[in-house]
Design a protein around this ligand. Structure first.
Ligand SMILES: NC(=O)c1ccc[n+]([C@@H]2O[C@H](COP(=O)([O-])OP(=O)(O)OC[C@H]3O[C@@H](n4cnc5c(N)ncnc54)[C@H](O)[C@@H]3O)[C@@H](O)[C@H]2O)c1
Length: 340
């Protein structure tokens, strides 16, 4: 079987491509390279262009009539940018996804897996969420994900396509074989900042120490990106047994890790320890959440296998290798990642 991965030259999509390929599923990549890297798509059939380009999507299906499913990871993902440019974000993430889905329907694609986000949830008091928790996205970025999920469910109810929305928690790590990893040199999520502090020999700032968590620092559900990728392979394998025309599954470890705990784990893995400094919350920060992970196990027969130590170790290994794998300077600047 072949799988079309839209956004397959990005961090998560390229890891999914490797996991699929290792499992005997041939990836075909469609990516505009707006943030993705050509190097990540080089091993596969690669189409450079936008998901909204109907002629290009028609060509992909004409040249690969055996595509059995599509994984849609193509999106813009920077929360502050989405606040500054909502028109651009709704156009890129919602309007383009609608066009793309229409192109998939025209080409008879029966299965669609959509990359959604845990950022759409309102966290409960104990900071855990499951798929039935209240939806309350806090940024235009997160709202584009919620809108896409609803739109795709409406389409799946009426058209011959079934949709699975996978709500990712906080991916860390890299392909354990170091084929791909985070393409950004200076990501602004907590682990990226720790790696930077480690490399530069400066303290790490814990931003927010008065959250309602066990130690006052923010909490997240850090999932190794290879586990995330493996869940997509499981989803492809079990797709036709999933309930309803549109299903939703959380992908997290089921364990919340606070920023202080992440730093302690980092310091056990890294060569020399990073010092901590307490700092106030940043605007837009949230306490965070972790999943109650039951549905993924029941429906996909999947659970996360790597712990945060391995995620940290693989992130460090990739950070040390990134420049040799991705040689140019185009993505060197600081870029934010989704809140969760
Ligand atoms: N990274 C996270 O923390 C996180 C968390 C939850 C959900 N997600 C979702 O996972 C998906 C992948 O995220 P990522 O971290 O790999 O980001 P990424 O920026 O590394 O990957 C996105 C890819 O999509 C491509 N792309 C964007 N718009 C496109 C378009 N219109 N047409 C064709 N290609 C296009 C980019 O070039 C890039 O290769 C996104 O949908 C994102 O919303 C990410």
């Amino acid at each position: 079987m072949k799988v079309l991965i839209a956004g397959g030259a990005g961090y998560i999509g390229s890891t999914i491509a490797s996991a699929c390929s290792d499992a005997g599923i041939s990836p075909v990549i469609l990516d505009s390279l707006v943030t993705g890297r050509r190097e990540f798509a080089a091993r596969y059939a690669f189409y450079h262009g936008d998901i909204a380009d109907g002629r290009l999507v028609d060509r992909v299906f004409a040249e690969h009539p055996d595509i059995g499913a599509v994984i849609h990871c193509a999106a813009l993902i920077v929360v502050p940018d989405s606040v500054a440019d909502p028109v651009g974000y709704y156009r890129a993430n919602v309007a383009s996804s609608l066009e793309f889905t229409a192109h998939l329907l025209r080409n008879g694609c029966p299965r669609l897996i959509f990359s959604s986000s845990a950022a759409i949830y309102r966290a409960s008091e104990d900071l855990s969420v499951d798929e039935d928790s209240a939806i309350d996205p806090q940024s235009p970025y997160a709202r584009t994900k919620a809108v896409c999920e609803t739109m795709l469910a409406d389409i799946a109810a009426a058209q011959p396509i079934r949709v699975l929305s996978l709500r990712y928690f906080n991916p860390i790590g890299a392909d354990p074989r170091m084929r791909t990893g985070l393409q950004l040199r200076r990501p602004t999520h907590a682990l990226g900042k720790m790696i930077q502090a480690h490399d530069e020999g400066v303290p790490f700032r814990i931003t927010g120490t008065d959250w309602p968590t066990r130690d006052g620092s923010g909490i997240r559900d850090y999932i190794h990106v290879w586990d995330l990728a493996a869940a997509h392979v499981a989803a492809l394998t079990r797709f036709d047994a999933l309930p309803g025309p549109a299903a939703v599954i959380n992908l997290g470890t089921g364990t919340g890790t606070t920023v202080r705990e992440l730093l302690a784990a980092f310091n056990r893995v890294a060569g020399h320890p990073v010092e901590a400094r307490e700092a106030p919350r940043r605007p837009g920060d949230i306490a965070g959440a972790f999943t109650r992970a039951g549905r993924a196990g029941r429906l996909l027969g999947w659970r996360a296998r790597y712990d945060i130590t391995e995620g940290i170790r693989h992130s460090l290994q990739w950070a040390a290798r990134r420049d040799e794998m991705l040689s140019d300077e185009t993505l060197a600047g600081p870029v934010s990642l989704p809140g969760r």
